[in-house]
Design a binder for this molecule. Structure first.
Ligand SMILES: [Zn+2]
Length: 113
């Protein structure tokens, strides 16, 4: 019998995923690259124009960042997964750096024209 059938892996989460998505959202907002549907409080006319925030680009950014940051898997019991590495300042800094890199890579080389 397959392990996946015998055990529930739903509570196995990569904390990096939450941190990367939150950081990506914050950095895009700071750059004024307002996401669709969200009212943009960003700086008008800044470098926002050339950052595409379509579905493909944002997912590419997230994938790039998640492939370049150390994963941090935990077993989440009732939402207790935010502790641990998330409190590590060095880890937060690494995520911030990798997300910045991800935005730059995708901006310079989007998967569409
Ligand atoms: Zn795009």
């Amino acid at each position: 019998m397959a392990l996946r059938d015998r055990y529930d892996f739903e509570s196995l989460v990569n904390v990096a995923e939450n941190l990367v998505l939150r950081e990506l959202e914050a950095q895009l907002a700071r750059m004024g690259a307002g996401m669709k549907g969200a009212s943009s409080a960003g700086l008008k006319g800044a470098s926002s124009a050339d950052i595409c925030t379509c579905q493909d680009c944002v997912l590419d950014m997230a994938a790039y960042a998640l492939n370049n940051v150390k994963p941090s898997y935990r077993v989440s019991l009732m939402g207790s997964f935010a502790a641990g590495r998330a409190e590590d300042a060095g880890y937060a800094k690494e995520i911030s750096r990798v997300v910045r890199e991800a935005i730059e890579k995708v901006r310079a080389n989007p998967s569409h024209d």
